[in-house]
Design a binder for this molecule. Structure first.
Ligand code: NAI
Length: 342
């Protein structure tokens, strides 16, 4: 995932550095909501990327200290801080990848949909600024409910006349990360080898891990399938309850988001073999947005992988049909919100 991205290794005495062997740091990344629970560890992980030359951190408060602290790490990127609406435009100028973890997280008893009213407005405002300042950037939406905030972002970009569906992504990488971890634990597999595609959306039953398509191929009993699927769908709630009021997943989320950023940067840099699951505009089903594996390239999504939705198990077929009404409603809720705004 973060292969090759970890911090500079200590040099042996007398060893000179070999310029040209390192990946070229040349991309600009912005994090909106950078002082938050996800934003801070995410900023740290991105600061470690050899592909990043500038890391712009934006929040409505408390971002100066985060940037000052991170800027002392001797990795290539220059870290700058931006506070409040008046500095948002400058934060976004010339940026290649914008990551949006701004918003409120869940507390025990809340669903992701309960966050809608607050986070819908935050995402709308931030994406308007993205449209005005870096309309060509890849946009990674983390703020929940992703099933609605991504359609909101799409509407805002359309209203601004700069919507490119190949460059708007709902970040569902954490669902894949969790599925990989839980399957490896259950089946005693080496974690690094396990890859489970996760499709649908990013809330409750809309999260559908395709365990039948696990690599390497593994057999599950019906009971294991049911248990694993439910655990992956409720994994966020596991963390919300363990944190008991202090928020939702932040560290594993930052790890997952950093993987998605690194994949995007590798794609921008010309790597022709980059695949990630993401919640995107899609024609794979009758829903306008759907999470599935996509191939990433310099211009965003280069290809969808329709074969991923073929040959599903009976259990998965049923679950796919069952998730559609809920996902459809969440998408429509997002679109309606964005369309009724002036
Ligand atoms: P947090 O409350 O720790 O941090 C949020 C940050 O956003 C704060 O620093 C806050 O000042 C900032 N913020 C609020 N309004 C803003 C605005 N208008 N502009 C810029 N920044 C603003 O929350 P946390 O734990 O970092 O979660 C952030 C979001 O990520 C939540 O919506 C949460 O539900 C979502 N999330 C998504 C996941 C996914 O898999 N996609 C997983 C976990 C959380």
């Amino acid at each position: 995932a973060l292969r090759g991205s970890f911090a500079q290794k200590a040099q042996k005495p007398n060893q000179s550095s070999h310029h040209g062997l390192q990946l070229q740091a040349s991309y600009k990344v912005a994090i909106l909501g950078a002082a938050g629970g996800i934003g801070q560890p995410l900023a740290l992980l991105i600061k470690m990327s050899p592909l990043v030359s500038a890391l712009n951190l934006y929040d409505i408060a408390n971002v100066k200290g985060v940037a000052a602290d991170l800027s002392h790490c001797n990795t290539p990127s220059q870290v700058l801080d931006f506070t409040g609406a008046s500095e948002l435009g400058n934060c976004l100028k010339g940026v290649n990848v914008v990551v949006i973890p701004a918003g409120v997280p869940r507390k025990p008893g809340m669903t992701r949909d309960d966050l809608f009213n607050i986070n819908a407005n935050i995402v709308k405002t931030l994406v308007e600024a993205v449209a005005d300042n870096c309309p060509d950037a890849f946009i990674h939406v983390i703020s929940n409910p992703v099933n609605s905030t991504v359609p909101i972002a799409a509407e805002v970009l359309k209203q601004k006349g700069v919507y490119d569906p190949k460059k708007l992504f709902g970040v569902t990488t954490l669902d894949v990360v969790r599925a990989n971890t839980f399957v490896a634990e259950k089946k005693n597999l080496k974690l690094i080898d396990v890859d489970v595609p996760v499709i649908g959306g990013h809330a409750g039953i809309t999260i559908l891990p395709l365990l039948s398509k696990t690599k390497p191929s593994v057999r599950f009993s019906d009971e294991e399938l049911e248990q694993l699927t439910i655990r992956i769908q409720n994994a966020g709630t596991e963390v919300v309850e363990a944190k008991a009021g202090a928020g939702s997943a932040t560290l594993s989320m930052a790890y997952a988001a950093a993987r998605f950023v690194e994949s995007s940067l590798r794609a921008l840099d010309g790597d022709g073999d980059v695949y990630e699951c993401s919640f995107v505009q899609s024609d794979l089903t009758d829903l306008p947005f759907f999470a599935s594996r996509v191939k990433l390239g310099r211009k965003g999504i280069e290809a969808m992988i329709p074969s991923d939705l073929q040959g599903l198990s009976e259990y998965e077929e049923k679950a796919l049909e069952a998730l559609k009404p809920e996902l459809k409603a969440s998408i429509e809720k997002g679109i309606a919100f964005a369309q009724k705004q002036p």
